[in-house]
Structures are given as structure tokens and as C-alpha cells.
Design a protein around this ligand. Structure first.
Ligand SMILES: [Zn+2]
Ligand SMILES: [Zn+2]
Length: 453
């Protein structure tokens, strides 16, 4: 098997892999780099010359899905295999991405935006094919037939990893994976049977696993924090990804309210997250691959955040919980705008509940000392950070020790690292060489083919 990492750099970025099983050419994921705008955000699609025999989409986060319309435009007849749940999310998430690119064109004056059109999204929709879980499916023909079996990957609604068997060689691709159950999805259900090649994400390779920060303990700490801030008259902003994370947090708040442990206060959510609640509820009903019920919104009395934000620096008009996207407090998003009403006030708080890139506004806020300045470019406001800022370890990615244990169980001859920043890859390389002394551990150079016999 020959693998080419199509990502633009050795980071999380624009995830995409070209896998060549003999003559069978497959692309796994086709993401868009969240830190770049326009063409630099694309994977190296120029390296995918000639026809593609199959495309696999592991899940619908934009760092895996965002550039798929361009790949499908060049290969309109190639099927995009993915889980049944994912087929229901793709179009909504791509349409949002298209709208964001339209706004960026206006605001940043980037002429090559948007990178694709509504017609390209329609083409992706037409190419989608729902693959069963835990049930092999053959793609390709003759000697280069590949048998694909998809397995639940935890992580986020619809996420899958898969086993590809070609001429007896077994290749397992984790995609983004979480082994611990969440509320909307159970933990990964990966087979722990031997494989020859393991292609593995390593997001949390540089994150020390703190036993005390177990999910349940972190959730209790978050709940105590919310209650404390509301009780003292403040507001809590929880920045959250609209897809997956927001529904997880809604279910978490609903359970706490059901036990009588959540302070009574208004809860505001932003539009895309609420819209995606409908998509998750529909996917839960139709595919049974995840759990989400719209009744959660009614029970919590969720209020849609209206776009008329108050003046930056002034307190929110109504104290409450603001569960808003984006999770990394990206500029111009609802979470970022409401942060301009929160940060100056010592009774309020911003609680991060997921991964925050250090270069994102969220990462910068976490690094700002109390009393420091935080600038809202475009709002003409510099906040003095008096609000409480904290982060809670409720990641959707596997701990590094769990990944090493999984690799040991598969006992592969080759491990290929993907989806991690350089320090994460370094830790994983060292740990895997210890755990699997006979295996070759690869940190592939983007764009350079790697032959794995
Ligand atoms: Zn993901
Ligand atoms: Zn990812």
C-alpha cells in the first residue's frame, strides 16, 4: 500500500490521505485548514491526478470535510462512502462553510472565495453512499478489490474508522477517535484484531493525561462553576462547536437540571447549533447511530440568541448561560461577540469545554493573565480580563495512553501518525517505539509518497 499525506503541513489542519491499494486509488477525508483562509486552507489536491476509485469520509468536522466539494468536482462519478448518519449532516455543514466563505470574501477581501459553489455541494450530496457499520463492503474490482468495514469511532455523531483489506494486507484507519462514551455517541467500537498497517490520529499526544481530570470529575467542576457564577449574578459563556459539542453540553445541562443540580436561569444558544440539533435528532431517529432528542431544548427552555448584541464592554442584557459557537472563540462568531460583554466583568465567566488552538482567539484568551488586555478587533473594544476564565477537559479525542494501548492490541508492522501537532507526534513516536519495538513508526512528510509493504 502506498500512502501520501495530502495535508498542507505536519499538523491537524486540512486532513486528507491518498491511499493506493495496487491500482485502486482512494482518498480518505478532504478537509479545510481552520487557520488559513482561501486557497492556502486546501489540502494538496494537485497530487490526486487521474481518476479516483473511492472516497471515504470519516466524519463531518470541517478539517475532514471542508474541501470535499473540490475533490468531488474533479471526480463526479466517484462514490463518497461514509456512515448513514454522516450522509445527513454533510450538506448542512458545507452550506454553513459556504456562507462563512462568502462573509470572509466581503470582510477580508480574499478574491478566491468562496472556493466552491452551491452546485458543488449538490454534487457531493449526489455522490454520498451510506456504508453499513461492522459489515464488510467491497470497492474496486479484480485483484485490486478492497474490502472496507466501518466501525464507530466515538468522537462526534457519525464518526467512523475503518478496516481496509487488500490482497490479505489489513490496514486500519482510526479517523478522529474517542474510546470513552459521550452522551450523543458511545465510545469507539474498534475491533482489537491484528492489522499490518495502522493509520492513527494523535491529537492529544502532547497532552498529559491527568487522572483526576476524569470526565465525570470535570463535569462536576463545570457544573459547580456554572452554579457559582449564576448565583453571584454573573453570566457564563461556554464557547462550543455547533456540531456535536453543543448537543453534548445541552444533554449534560439537561441531566443536571433533571437531578435538580442546575441553577435556574435563562440559557441562550446560537442559530447554527440549534439548527444542528434538528439534524442530530433526525439522524438519531433514522439511523440509531447516535442519541439526541429535541425535547432537551424544550425542557431547558432554550432561547435562540438574537443578533442584536449589546454594546461591547456592557454586561449582557440578561444574565444567564450563553452556550454559543465557535468553540475556539473565532472572530465575528456569536461566542466572540458575547465575550465582549462578559470579559470586563468580575462576576462573570468564560468556560472552555473543548480543544482550543493556542493561536485562536480562545487560545489567546486562555493565555491572557487576569487583568490583562484582550482586543476585539472590528468591535473597537479592548477588554480588561476581569471575568473568570477556565478550561475543562471534556475532549472528544482519545488520551495518548489509550492510543498506544490500541496500537499494541493491533500489533501492526507499520504505524502512520496523522492529525497531530509536531510535539504530539514526537511523544507518540517515542511511546510507540517503546510499546512496539518491531514496528516502524512513520511521521509522513506531507506530499511525499510512503510505500508500506
Ligand atoms: Zn473531528
Ligand atoms: Zn479532526
Amino acid at each position: 500500500m502506498r500512502l501520501t499525506d495530502l495535508n498542507s503541513g505536519r499538523d491537524i489542519g486540512a486532513n486528507s490521505l491518498l491511499l493506493e491499494f495496487g491500482e485502486h486509488r482512494m482518498v480518505v477525508d478532504c478537509g479545510m485548514h481552520p487557520k488559513h483562509v482561501g486557497k492556502p486552507s486546501l489540502p494538496r489536491l494537485g497530487l490526486v491526478e487521474g481518476t479516483l476509485d473511492s472516497i471515504v469520509l470519516t466524519h463531518c468536522h470541517l478539517d475532514h470535510l471542508g474541501s470535499l466539494p473540490l475533490l468531488v468536482r474533479g471526480n463526479p462519478r466517484t462514490r463518497v462512502l461514509t456512515s448513514a448518519a454522516n450522509t445527513l449532516f454533510v450538506q448542512r455543514l458545507l452550506r454553513n462553510s459556504l456562507a462563512v466563505m462568502g462573509r470572509q470574501r466581503e470582510e477580508l477581501g480574499v478574491a478566491d472565495l468562496p472556493l466552491y459553489t452551491a452546485a458543488d455541494i449538490e454534487r457531493v450530496e449526489a455522490a454520498l453512499a451510506a456504508a453499513p457499520l461492522n459489515n464488510p463492503r467491497r470497492v474496486g474490482r479484480g485483484a485490486d478489490e478492497v474490502e472496507l468495514t466501518f466501525h464507530r469511532a466515538g468522537h462526534v455523531a457519525g464518526a467512523t474508522g475503518f478496516l481496509a483489506v487488500h490482497r490479505g494486507i489489513r490496514t486500519f484507519v482510526t479517523g478522529d477517535v474517542h474510546f470513552v462514551p459521550q452522551r450523543t455517541v458511545p465510545g469507539a467500537e474498534f475491533p482489537r484484531t491484528p492489522a499490518d498497517i495502522l493509520i492513527m490520529e494523535c491529537t492529544r499526544g502532547a497532552t498529559t493525561t491527568v487522572p483526576d481530570a476524569s470526565r465525570a470529575a470535570e463535569e462536576r467542576r463545570l457544573l459547580r462553576g456554572i452554579n457559582r457564577v449564576i448565583d453571584r449574578g454573573g453570566s457564563v459563556l461556554i464557547p462550543a462547536f455547533a456540531f456535536g459539542r453543543m448537543q453534548e453540553l445541552l444533554m449534560f445541562l439537561d441531566e443536571a437540571a433533571g437531578r435538580g443540580e442546575l441553577v435556574d436561569c435563562p440559557i441562550f444558544c446560537s442559530g447554527l447549533g440549534l439548527d444542528l440539533c434538528d439534524y442530530l435528532a433526525e439522524a438519531a431517529k433514522r439511523t440509531r447511530q447516535l442519541t439526541f432528542d429535541r425535547k432537551v431544548l424544550d425542557r431547558l427552555g432554550i432561547i435562540a440568541l438574537r443578533k442584536q448584541y449589546a454594546d461591547p464592554g456592557r454586561r449582557p442584557r440578561e444574565a444567564g448561560i450563553y452556550l454559543l459557537s465557535s468553540g475556539m472563540l473565532v472572530e465575528k462568531t456569536p461566542a466572540w461577540r458575547v465575550a465582549a460583554n462578559i470579559l470586563d466583568h468580575e462576576e462573570s465567566a468564560v468556560f472552555f469545554a473543548g480543544y482550543c488552538d493556542p493561536d485562536s482567539p480562545g487560545g489567546q484568551l486562555i493565555a491572557t493573565p487576569p487583568g490583562g488586555d484582550f482586543e476585539f478587533k472590528g468591535l473597537d473594544h479592548v477588554a480588561k480580563v476581569r471575568a473568570e476564565v477556565d478550561r475543562f477537559h471534556l475532549s472528544g479525542h482519545a488520551d495518548r495512553e489509550e492510543l498506544v494501548a490500541f496500537a499494541k492490541d493491533l500489533s501492526p508492522r507499520h504505524v502512520v501518525l496523522t492529525h497531530g501537532d509536531p510535539p504530539a507526534r514526537e511523544w507518540m513516536k517515542a511511546a510507540l517505539r517503546d510499546a512496539l519495538p518491531r514496528a516502524q513508526v512513520h511521521d509522513p512528510e506531507p506530499g511525499r509518497p510512503l510505500d508500506l509493504a
